[in-house]
Design a protein around this ligand. Structure first.
Ligand code: PBG
Length: 325
Protein backbone atom coordinates (compact mmCIF):
# COMPACT_ATOMS: atom_id res chain seq x y z
CA UNK A 1 0.00 0.00 0.00
CA UNK A 2 1.53 3.37 -0.95
CA UNK A 3 -0.52 6.20 0.46
CA UNK A 4 1.76 9.22 0.17
CA UNK A 5 -0.14 11.68 2.26
CA UNK A 6 -1.58 10.35 5.49
CA UNK A 7 -3.30 13.19 7.44
CA UNK A 8 -3.74 10.80 10.35
CA UNK A 9 0.00 11.15 11.11
CA UNK A 10 -0.81 14.55 12.59
CA UNK A 11 -3.42 13.00 14.86
CA UNK A 12 -1.38 10.16 16.34
CA UNK A 13 -1.14 11.38 19.93
CA UNK A 14 -2.15 14.23 22.18
CA UNK A 15 1.20 16.04 21.94
CA UNK A 16 1.17 16.05 18.15
CA UNK A 17 -2.45 17.08 18.10
CA UNK A 18 -1.63 19.97 20.43
CA UNK A 19 1.33 20.91 18.23
CA UNK A 20 -0.83 21.35 15.15
CA UNK A 21 -3.85 22.79 16.92
CA UNK A 22 -4.80 26.06 15.21
CA UNK A 23 -7.38 27.44 17.58
CA UNK A 24 -7.05 27.65 21.34
CA UNK A 25 -9.56 29.43 23.52
CA UNK A 26 -8.12 31.36 26.45
CA UNK A 27 -9.82 33.14 29.35
CA UNK A 28 -8.35 36.28 27.82
CA UNK A 29 -10.88 35.93 25.02
CA UNK A 30 -13.93 35.75 27.26
CA UNK A 31 -16.41 38.26 28.59
CA UNK A 32 -18.82 37.10 31.28
CA UNK A 33 -22.32 38.62 31.12
CA UNK A 34 -23.78 39.08 34.63
CA UNK A 35 -27.26 39.98 35.86
CA UNK A 36 -27.77 42.65 38.49
CA UNK A 37 -30.93 43.13 40.56
CA UNK A 38 -31.99 45.34 43.45
CA UNK A 39 -31.56 44.27 47.09
CA UNK A 40 -28.99 42.73 49.38
CA UNK A 41 -27.76 39.13 49.53
CA UNK A 42 -29.86 38.24 46.53
CA UNK A 43 -28.71 35.27 44.46
CA UNK A 44 -31.57 33.89 42.42
CA UNK A 45 -31.03 31.30 39.74
CA UNK A 46 -32.55 31.99 36.32
CA UNK A 47 -34.90 29.05 35.83
CA UNK A 48 -34.11 28.67 32.14
CA UNK A 49 -30.34 29.12 32.65
CA UNK A 50 -29.06 26.53 35.15
CA UNK A 51 -25.98 27.82 36.98
CA UNK A 52 -26.64 31.47 36.11
CA UNK A 53 -27.87 33.86 38.80
CA UNK A 54 -29.33 37.30 39.30
CA UNK A 55 -27.17 39.01 41.91
CA UNK A 56 -27.65 42.02 44.10
CA UNK A 57 -24.64 44.32 44.06
CA UNK A 58 -23.01 42.88 47.20
CA UNK A 59 -23.11 39.36 45.80
CA UNK A 60 -22.13 40.53 42.35
CA UNK A 61 -18.95 42.05 43.75
CA UNK A 62 -18.10 38.70 45.33
CA UNK A 63 -18.84 36.89 42.09
CA UNK A 64 -16.61 39.28 40.16
CA UNK A 65 -13.82 38.88 42.73
CA UNK A 66 -14.02 35.11 42.33
CA UNK A 67 -14.07 35.20 38.53
CA UNK A 68 -11.28 37.76 38.44
CA UNK A 69 -9.12 35.35 40.42
CA UNK A 70 -9.85 32.79 37.72
CA UNK A 71 -8.50 35.21 35.13
CA UNK A 72 -11.71 36.67 33.74
CA UNK A 73 -11.10 40.36 33.28
CA UNK A 74 -14.15 41.70 31.48
CA UNK A 75 -17.74 41.66 32.69
CA UNK A 76 -20.84 42.79 30.84
CA UNK A 77 -23.45 43.89 33.37
CA UNK A 78 -27.20 43.73 32.63
CA UNK A 79 -29.81 45.22 34.97
CA UNK A 80 -33.13 43.62 35.91
CA UNK A 81 -35.66 46.19 37.09
CA UNK A 82 -38.96 45.98 38.94
CA UNK A 83 -41.92 46.80 36.72
CA UNK A 84 -42.76 49.99 38.65
CA UNK A 85 -39.37 51.48 37.73
CA UNK A 86 -40.15 51.19 34.02
CA UNK A 87 -41.77 53.77 31.78
CA UNK A 88 -42.15 54.51 28.06
CA UNK A 89 -39.05 56.68 27.99
CA UNK A 90 -36.76 54.41 30.03
CA UNK A 91 -36.22 57.40 32.31
CA UNK A 92 -34.65 55.23 34.99
CA UNK A 93 -31.82 54.32 32.61
CA UNK A 94 -30.10 57.68 33.03
CA UNK A 95 -31.30 58.75 36.47
CA UNK A 96 -28.18 59.68 38.44
CA UNK A 97 -27.46 57.16 41.17
CA UNK A 98 -29.65 54.41 39.77
CA UNK A 99 -28.85 50.81 40.70
CA UNK A 100 -26.95 50.16 37.47
CA UNK A 101 -24.77 53.27 37.60
CA UNK A 102 -23.98 52.61 41.27
CA UNK A 103 -22.92 49.10 40.40
CA UNK A 104 -20.60 50.20 37.59
CA UNK A 105 -19.03 52.70 39.93
CA UNK A 106 -18.68 50.12 42.72
CA UNK A 107 -17.08 47.51 40.46
CA UNK A 108 -14.59 50.02 39.03
CA UNK A 109 -13.69 51.39 42.48
CA UNK A 110 -13.20 47.96 44.00
CA UNK A 111 -11.45 46.39 40.97
CA UNK A 112 -9.76 49.11 38.90
CA UNK A 113 -8.13 46.43 36.73
CA UNK A 114 -11.46 44.90 35.75
CA UNK A 115 -12.97 46.00 32.43
CA UNK A 116 -16.63 46.91 32.76
CA UNK A 117 -18.77 46.60 29.69
CA UNK A 118 -22.27 48.07 29.85
CA UNK A 119 -25.48 47.56 27.98
CA UNK A 120 -26.90 50.54 26.12
CA UNK A 121 -30.52 49.73 25.29
CA UNK A 122 -33.94 50.71 26.58
CA UNK A 123 -35.53 47.28 27.03
CA UNK A 124 -34.71 46.59 30.69
CA UNK A 125 -36.17 50.01 31.58
CA UNK A 126 -38.98 50.23 29.02
CA UNK A 127 -42.59 49.59 30.02
CA UNK A 128 -43.08 48.45 26.43
CA UNK A 129 -40.20 45.97 26.69
CA UNK A 130 -38.71 47.28 23.47
CA UNK A 131 -35.26 48.61 22.63
CA UNK A 132 -36.68 51.86 21.30
CA UNK A 133 -39.29 54.49 22.07
CA UNK A 134 -42.72 53.26 21.05
CA UNK A 135 -45.36 55.46 19.49
CA UNK A 136 -48.58 54.01 18.06
CA UNK A 137 -47.03 50.59 18.00
CA UNK A 138 -43.95 51.76 16.10
CA UNK A 139 -40.36 51.88 17.29
CA UNK A 140 -39.02 55.39 16.68
CA UNK A 141 -35.38 55.58 15.64
CA UNK A 142 -34.02 59.09 16.05
CA UNK A 143 -35.99 59.83 19.24
CA UNK A 144 -34.51 56.66 20.73
CA UNK A 145 -30.97 57.87 20.00
CA UNK A 146 -31.46 60.79 22.38
CA UNK A 147 -32.34 58.41 25.21
CA UNK A 148 -29.43 56.10 24.38
CA UNK A 149 -27.13 59.13 24.38
CA UNK A 150 -28.15 60.07 27.92
CA UNK A 151 -27.79 56.47 29.10
CA UNK A 152 -24.34 56.12 27.51
CA UNK A 153 -23.05 59.39 28.93
CA UNK A 154 -24.27 58.47 32.43
CA UNK A 155 -22.45 55.13 32.17
CA UNK A 156 -19.24 56.74 30.96
CA UNK A 157 -19.39 59.24 33.82
CA UNK A 158 -19.35 56.47 36.44
CA UNK A 159 -16.42 54.67 34.84
CA UNK A 160 -17.70 52.26 32.18
CA UNK A 161 -14.88 51.09 29.91
CA UNK A 162 -16.77 49.60 26.96
CA UNK A 163 -20.30 50.54 25.94
CA UNK A 164 -22.38 47.88 24.24
CA UNK A 165 -25.25 49.34 22.26
CA UNK A 166 -27.51 46.29 21.85
CA UNK A 167 -30.53 48.12 20.44
CA UNK A 168 -30.00 48.06 16.65
CA UNK A 169 -31.22 51.62 16.00
CA UNK A 170 -29.72 53.19 12.90
CA UNK A 171 -26.93 55.68 13.47
CA UNK A 172 -26.43 54.96 17.14
CA UNK A 173 -22.70 54.23 17.05
CA UNK A 174 -21.84 57.58 15.48
CA UNK A 175 -24.32 59.35 17.75
CA UNK A 176 -22.82 57.82 20.90
CA UNK A 177 -19.24 58.38 19.71
CA UNK A 178 -19.92 62.08 19.28
CA UNK A 179 -21.52 62.46 22.71
CA UNK A 180 -18.65 60.59 24.36
CA UNK A 181 -16.01 62.66 22.60
CA UNK A 182 -17.78 65.96 23.22
CA UNK A 183 -17.76 65.17 26.92
CA UNK A 184 -14.13 64.14 27.12
CA UNK A 185 -14.67 60.38 27.13
CA UNK A 186 -12.43 59.70 24.16
CA UNK A 187 -11.08 56.54 25.80
CA UNK A 188 -14.45 54.92 26.39
CA UNK A 189 -14.82 52.25 23.72
CA UNK A 190 -17.87 51.09 21.78
CA UNK A 191 -18.47 47.40 21.14
CA UNK A 192 -21.29 47.59 18.70
CA UNK A 193 -23.89 44.86 18.41
CA UNK A 194 -23.26 45.12 14.70
CA UNK A 195 -25.13 42.12 13.34
CA UNK A 196 -27.80 41.35 15.92
CA UNK A 197 -30.37 38.96 14.59
CA UNK A 198 -34.03 38.66 15.61
CA UNK A 199 -33.34 35.27 17.18
CA UNK A 200 -35.75 32.96 19.01
CA UNK A 201 -32.93 32.10 21.39
CA UNK A 202 -33.06 35.26 23.50
CA UNK A 203 -35.95 34.06 25.64
CA UNK A 204 -33.95 32.84 28.67
CA UNK A 205 -32.27 36.26 28.84
CA UNK A 206 -35.67 37.94 28.73
CA UNK A 207 -36.75 35.61 31.58
CA UNK A 208 -33.71 36.68 33.55
CA UNK A 209 -34.49 40.38 33.21
CA UNK A 210 -38.26 40.14 32.77
CA UNK A 211 -37.68 42.27 29.70
CA UNK A 212 -39.74 40.53 27.00
CA UNK A 213 -41.53 42.86 24.59
CA UNK A 214 -45.09 43.60 25.74
CA UNK A 215 -46.36 43.47 22.18
CA UNK A 216 -45.10 42.30 18.82
CA UNK A 217 -41.50 41.31 18.24
CA UNK A 218 -38.18 42.97 17.47
CA UNK A 219 -38.14 42.31 13.73
CA UNK A 220 -38.29 45.97 12.68
CA UNK A 221 -34.91 46.59 14.24
CA UNK A 222 -33.09 43.27 14.74
CA UNK A 223 -31.96 41.51 11.57
CA UNK A 224 -33.62 38.72 9.63
CA UNK A 225 -31.81 35.42 10.35
CA UNK A 226 -32.04 34.63 6.64
CA UNK A 227 -29.81 37.52 5.58
CA UNK A 228 -26.08 37.95 5.11
CA UNK A 229 -25.78 41.13 3.06
CA UNK A 230 -27.23 43.49 5.64
CA UNK A 231 -24.59 42.29 8.10
CA UNK A 232 -22.00 43.73 5.70
CA UNK A 233 -23.88 47.02 5.54
CA UNK A 234 -24.24 47.19 9.32
CA UNK A 235 -20.52 46.48 9.71
CA UNK A 236 -19.55 49.14 7.17
CA UNK A 237 -21.72 51.66 8.99
CA UNK A 238 -20.34 50.77 12.43
CA UNK A 239 -16.78 50.92 11.12
CA UNK A 240 -17.40 54.31 9.56
CA UNK A 241 -19.15 55.57 12.69
CA UNK A 242 -16.17 54.70 14.87
CA UNK A 243 -16.99 51.39 16.54
CA UNK A 244 -13.96 49.80 18.23
CA UNK A 245 -15.27 46.23 18.10
CA UNK A 246 -17.86 44.57 15.87
CA UNK A 247 -20.12 41.98 17.44
CA UNK A 248 -22.20 39.19 15.94
CA UNK A 249 -25.14 37.86 17.92
CA UNK A 250 -26.12 35.04 18.38
CA UNK A 251 -22.92 33.09 17.78
CA UNK A 252 -23.45 29.36 17.21
CA UNK A 253 -25.99 29.66 14.41
CA UNK A 254 -24.18 32.63 12.83
CA UNK A 255 -20.63 31.38 12.33
CA UNK A 256 -20.76 32.39 8.66
CA UNK A 257 -21.46 35.97 9.67
CA UNK A 258 -18.57 35.94 12.16
CA UNK A 259 -16.26 34.70 9.42
CA UNK A 260 -17.47 37.24 6.92
CA UNK A 261 -16.91 40.18 9.25
CA UNK A 262 -13.51 38.86 10.32
CA UNK A 263 -12.45 38.43 6.68
CA UNK A 264 -13.54 41.93 5.77
CA UNK A 265 -12.75 44.16 8.74
CA UNK A 266 -9.53 44.75 10.64
CA UNK A 267 -11.37 45.46 13.90
CA UNK A 268 -11.57 42.78 16.60
CA UNK A 269 -14.67 40.66 16.11
CA UNK A 270 -16.75 39.63 19.09
CA UNK A 271 -19.51 37.04 19.19
CA UNK A 272 -22.25 36.73 21.78
CA UNK A 273 -22.89 33.11 22.70
CA UNK A 274 -26.38 33.96 23.94
CA UNK A 275 -28.68 32.71 26.66
CA UNK A 276 -30.64 30.23 24.55
CA UNK A 277 -27.43 28.71 23.19
CA UNK A 278 -26.28 28.21 26.77
CA UNK A 279 -29.63 26.75 27.84
CA UNK A 280 -29.77 24.24 24.99
CA UNK A 281 -26.40 22.81 25.99
CA UNK A 282 -27.26 22.79 29.70
CA UNK A 283 -30.59 21.07 29.04
CA UNK A 284 -28.96 18.42 26.89
CA UNK A 285 -26.31 17.82 29.53
CA UNK A 286 -28.84 17.66 32.39
CA UNK A 287 -30.70 14.99 30.47
CA UNK A 288 -27.50 13.04 30.08
CA UNK A 289 -27.83 13.23 26.30
CA UNK A 290 -24.60 15.12 25.68
CA UNK A 291 -21.43 15.81 27.64
CA UNK A 292 -21.95 19.43 28.63
CA UNK A 293 -18.29 20.24 29.23
CA UNK A 294 -17.12 18.82 25.93
CA UNK A 295 -19.90 20.56 24.03
CA UNK A 296 -19.02 23.82 25.77
CA UNK A 297 -15.37 23.51 24.71
CA UNK A 298 -16.30 22.57 21.16
CA UNK A 299 -18.73 25.48 20.99
CA UNK A 300 -16.24 28.09 22.18
CA UNK A 301 -13.52 26.67 19.91
CA UNK A 302 -15.84 26.78 16.91
CA UNK A 303 -16.82 30.38 17.56
CA UNK A 304 -13.18 31.37 17.82
CA UNK A 305 -12.22 29.29 14.77
CA UNK A 306 -14.88 31.11 12.75
CA UNK A 307 -13.07 34.37 13.49
CA UNK A 308 -14.28 35.78 16.79
CA UNK A 309 -11.38 36.99 18.94
CA UNK A 310 -13.77 37.77 21.76
CA UNK A 311 -16.63 35.63 23.04
CA UNK A 312 -19.30 36.87 25.39
CA UNK A 313 -20.48 33.70 27.08
CA UNK A 314 -22.32 32.50 30.17
CA UNK A 315 -19.83 29.61 30.13
CA UNK A 316 -16.89 31.92 30.94
CA UNK A 317 -16.74 30.98 34.61
CA UNK A 318 -17.14 27.25 33.99
CA UNK A 319 -14.48 27.42 31.29
CA UNK A 320 -12.08 29.27 33.57
CA UNK A 321 -12.66 26.77 36.38
CA UNK A 322 -11.90 23.93 34.01
CA UNK A 323 -8.69 25.61 32.81
CA UNK A 324 -7.48 26.06 36.36
CA UNK A 325 -7.65 22.33 37.11
N1 PBG B 1 -31.12 44.82 24.35
C1 PBG B 1 -31.61 43.56 24.48
C2 PBG B 1 -30.66 42.45 24.69
N2 PBG B 1 -29.38 42.60 25.11
C3 PBG B 1 -28.84 41.31 25.20
C4 PBG B 1 -29.82 40.40 24.81
C5 PBG B 1 -29.74 38.91 24.73
C6 PBG B 1 -28.62 38.22 25.37
C7 PBG B 1 -28.83 36.77 25.52
O1 PBG B 1 -29.83 36.20 25.04
O2 PBG B 1 -27.99 36.15 26.14
C8 PBG B 1 -30.94 41.10 24.49
C9 PBG B 1 -32.18 40.39 24.11
C10 PBG B 1 -33.07 41.00 23.14
O3 PBG B 1 -32.66 41.62 22.16
O4 PBG B 1 -34.27 40.88 23.36
Amino acid sequence: MNIIRRPRRLRTNAAVRALVEETTVSVNDLILPVFLVEGTRVKKEVASMPGIYRHSLDNLLEEIAYCRDLGIKTFDIFPGLAEEKKDRFATESHRPGNMYLEAIHAVKSRFPDVVVMTDVAMDPYSSDGHDGLVENGEILNDETLEILGKMALAQAQVGADILGPSDMMDGRVGYLREILDDNGFTNVAIMSYTAKYASSLYSPFRDALESAPKFGDKKTYQMNPANIKEAMIEAELDYAEGADYLMVKPAMLYLDIIKMLNDNFALPIAAYNISGEYSLIKAGAQNGWIDGQKVMLETLTSIKRAGAKIILTYFAKEFAELQRK
